[in-house]
Write a protein that binds this ligand. Sequence first.
Ligand SMILES: [Zn+2]
Length: 505
Amino acid sequence: MNARPYSAFFQTVPALVALTILFVVAARPAGQNAAQSLTVLSRDGRRAIPLTTSGNQEMAPLDELAAVFQLAVREEAGALTVSYRGRTIVLTPNQPLASVSGRLISLSAAPSRTANRWSVPLDFISRALALIYDSRLDLRRPSHLLIVGDLRVPRVTVRHEALGSAARLTIDTTPRAVSTVVQEGPQRITVRFDADAIDLTVPPIQPQGLVQAISVIDPVTLGVDLGPRFGTFRSSAVPLENAARLVIDLVPPADATPAPTVAPPESPARELPVLTQAPPAIRTLTIDPGHGGDDLGVRGAAGIVEKNVTLAVAHRLKAAVEARLGIRVVLTRDDDRAVSVNERTALANNNKADLFISLHANASFRPDVAGATIYLASFDESMAAREGLASERLPALGGGFRDIELVPWNLAQIRHTARSTEMANLLAAEFRDRVPLASNAVDHAPLRVLESANMPAVLIEMGYLSHSGQEKQLAGAAQQTEIAQSILEAIVKFRDAVADEGASR
Ligand SMILES: [Zn+2]
């Protein structure tokens, strides 16, 4: 699709095909308040009413309002009578007052007359006209928007933060509207809202950063144009008390390797992952063969390199899982290429994987060290404390409480600690008689590839390539099959345990 910068949107509104779609988005840069025009949105379409300024009041021409709302205006005996279907508003020149069906209402300014044309302050619409009009009138002064009837036009506020070479977009939608984030091409993502139109506020963007422009693609879709330094994104949706918050983290590629392996979400239901939701079943598995490309991983004395062992086991495991469990398997790499740690986790998150398994092989300076270890992400106490705080009921601005707070993406794994531990223990049990285990069969380490995984996640060091016997074993089909089969058995038990918990909930 062809997007225009938001500033040019009003001049060239695209014609859409559907029947009763509004051809409108009210979009403006934050902080811009100059008198301009009032956009009237209704089921019939959109109309702009030019505004004037009197003193510091924005005024609307009464004849324009009369045309839009089918009002009759009469001027007699020094008074203005505005009527609609037998109901009347009487205005008195030089008086900031209106008499609405006999009831006196104050206005922010008196009606003013310029060259035979009467103008009224904007609050005439909300304070007077709304009382006699048939449909609901929702005047949004900051965005110069007047919504007629029951249209869903949520306020959408975009905040942009540059974080070093990365960036974060925080998009709040009030009232809540479901939104969908899709990557369209290597340098663009789009955010589509389930609404009739959106009332959008976007910050001015300095195009030097990762985010180059935020544009309006159609009445309910934003386009985020990303520069060549864009690698991948991860998004999370968090319901706040009255709003929906969408956080999109944009990260650069870790290196100059072409062909990022991040795939757009494939499932037809493209709703976003919510950090607080536990997966009810195992539908998608992400297998992460460690290293690749220039990154060989560790190398044994006989020349076996880690990146090949991890890929070989990943292929065996994928085939076994697909054949026996029929669940979707996503590999973070399918061949010998470099993939950054961020991309690996993002791929799992974007595909809404229910389980993440990273495969590695180990090395030690001591040649006799051997055996497999299943690692879990470790978090230091300050991280855990922040997470504990975040899940409590926090007083919210403007009163009330907020039950859910955003968990930073780099801590997404914290919520899945229990399930990850369960999976690690199942793996250790399955390995026990088939794959040599290290003395620390299950252990913790601050592993970046696990920290931001928003699903149960483990990293398996399958054995030591620095151990000559294990190097030979790990390179061979028999041991690789044993490992894959053991992992498969653990996945089966994990899946059943998750299903049981889901059923008893
Ligand atoms: Zn490794």
